[in-house]
Design a protein. Sequence first.
Length: 113
Amino acid sequence: MRRRGLAEAEKALHVARVQEVVAREWKVPLSEMRSPTRRRAPVAQARQVAMYFSHVVYGVSLASVARHFGRDRTTAAHACRRVEDRRDDENFDRLLDEIARRLPAAGKKVWSQ
């Protein structure tokens, strides 16, 4: 039981770090990214990117990602699909690669789905 609690705490730390890095890059307030209400497009896009990194880079389950953002699992899944679809844009893909390099242990899946 204690091990599971530690894993949840680690997930929360990774998600929080992703939120900070993405909020800074998108120049949106961290409080707005974490807000449970809908926001303007740049905030929504930043939130989607943060959800994507939390899931893809760190392997946090979609249900857990959703909880950390105050959303449901289908919203987190939609965010990941939207970001993946946009990776065809070279500039967007380059931006995501740059952000990923700033994340701790980027590229390593810490948790399996």
